[in-house]
Ligand binder design. Sequence first.
Ligand code: ZN
Length: 135
Amino acid sequence: MFIFDEITVDSGSREELIDITSKVKSAINSNQIKTSGILLISSMHTTAGITVNESADPAVKSDIRNWLQRLIPQHNSFKHIEGNSDAHLKTSLIGPSVQIPIIDGKLILGTWQGIFFCEFDGPRKRKVKFTFTGE
Ligand code: ZN
């Protein structure tokens, strides 16, 4: 079985971690996935990534965002003329995608884990691809 779908994400600020776990679960349901396999969740953008991290305490999201801002300040001696090199660097550090197992149609995540879309150059309308390969 191979399923390819899209999830849209509307970011509300320049830098933001958005929990998309419920959107991913909705896409699993709407695609009627009831088997087992691997789900690839991938950002289609060069200034936004995807990660899995704690969804229980919102302070973790802000700690990640604040740490990345300190590590890679927006205004620096970058050469890229678009002026958003910090967003490109942050995206490469976070990575463009995550793979998550699905067993019998159920997304396998730890108790405290959520899937986060990581916006680094918003606010924008964004696309996340949903690729399932399995039984
Ligand atoms: Zn750029």
